[in-house]
Write a protein that binds this ligand. Structure first.
Ligand code: PAP
Length: 334
């Protein structure tokens, strides 16, 4: 892709932190190359406006911030990686398209959830190149971008955003497994991943700031931003489907309630059902021009509390204390 200049105001403020950082008018590659860099994860990360990113992805994020034209009826599924992106993609896709497909011949029986909802900032996500600008409305899109780096017009035009977060301990364990499995040659230990994560150094981290940005937005604009937790969906998936359908403007009808549509959606999108399908066991997900991940890498255990099998209770308590302190006064708790 040809480098394009980032035309941006010289100073921007980040609502998720007190950081004020200068933005330069430079081609993204050069701009990103000049940012602070730190090693530790499968690839060095660069820091921009308080957050840590893979350099190539940050280039994309900067371009998207400039080029993405949001539409009022866009639905954006926002997550930090490993917090349930695959699941929320499956649920939102099934809910919003339920008038088009029956459960017997549903696209999710033959397509990976990552393929049916494209990422805004990751080009060609999915098997086929997906140009999100040519998708018909209403578009269902996904992003890992922090609230402060979403194109500002997503707020002004009133796009609906569903944010899904997860207990940071489980998100960290999931991240560690993903890094070691998906990126050849990576062999990170729990100890080193833990200390980096606790310092706020992780892809798209600090974890807590990412959550806080969307949390605050959901408090001030509850009609536009729905804040969900992985654990809540696990404990009451049927109610989550109802809540999601209502928020997305397609509430379940009485007839649908009677015929158990919410239960069907939950079943189709469940970890057990998806991992039993061949499409989720073999093949690859395209996540960028030359980046492929095996379809199965997005499924591991799909459980709440698996952290206890991978870190000590002292570590768990320490991370809880850090997160509690960072979220203090916000009303958000894990
Ligand atoms: P991404 O953000 O990189 O796209 P994401 O889907 O958030 O990936 O992360 C995968 C996690 O979601 C895995 O968690 P685990 O490592 O703790 O097991 C994966 O198992 C879980 N997951 C994927 N699909 C589902 C599902 N249908 N229900 C519940 N959890 C799921």
């Amino acid at each position: 892709m040809a480098a394009q200049p980032i035309v941006a105001p010289s100073m921007i403020s980040d609502p998720e932190s007190s950081t004020i950082q200068e933005e330069y008018v430079l081609p993204p590659k050069d701009f990103v190359a000049a940012l602070p860099v730190r090693e530790g994860w499968s690839e060095p990360l660069v820091q921009y406006n308080n957050y840590w990113f893979r350099p190539r992805l940050l280039e994309r994020i900067l371009l998207v911030k400039q080029d993405f034209v949001p539409r009022a009826d866009d639905i954006i599924l926002a997550t930090q990686p490993k917090c349930g992106t695959t699941w929320i993609k499956a649920l939102a896709f099934t809910i919003t398209n339920r008038s088009c497909y029956g459960f017997g011949d549903h696209p999710l029986l033959t397509r990976h959830p990552q393929h049916v909802v494209p990422f805004i900032e990751i080009p060609a996500a999915g098997l086929i190149h997906t140009d999100i600008h040519t998708l018909s409305s209403p578009r269902l899109l996904a992003t890992h971008v922090p609230m402060s780096l979403l194109p500002p017009d997503t707020r002004s035009v009133g796009c609906r955003v569903v944010y899904l977060c997860r207990d940071p301990k489980d998100a960290l364990v999931s991240r560690l497994h993903f890094e070691n499995k998906a990126f050849q040659g990576t062999n990170l230990s729990m100890d080193s991943a833990f200390s980096m994560f606790c310092e706020g150094f992780s892809p798209y981290g600090p974890f807590w700031d990412h959550c806080l940005g969307y949390w605050r937005e959901s408090v001030t604009r509850p009609d536009s931003v729905l804040f969900l937790k992985y654990e809540e969906i696990k404990s009451d998936p049927v109610n989550t489907v109802r809540k999601l359908a209502k928020f997305l403007g397609v509430p379940l009808t009485e007839e649908e309630e009677r015929s158990g549509v919410a239960q069907e959606v939950v079943r189709l999108c469940s970890f057990e059902a998806l991992t039993n399908l061949q499409v989720n066991q073999v093949g690859r997900v395209r996540l960028g021009d030359n980046i492929f991940m095996s379809n199965s890498v997005f499924y591991r255990k799909g459980e709440v509390g698996d952290w206890a099998n991978h870190m000590s209770h002292e570590m768990g308590d320490k991370l809880d204390r850090i997160v509690q302190q960072k979220l203090e006064g916000s009303g958000l708790v894990f």
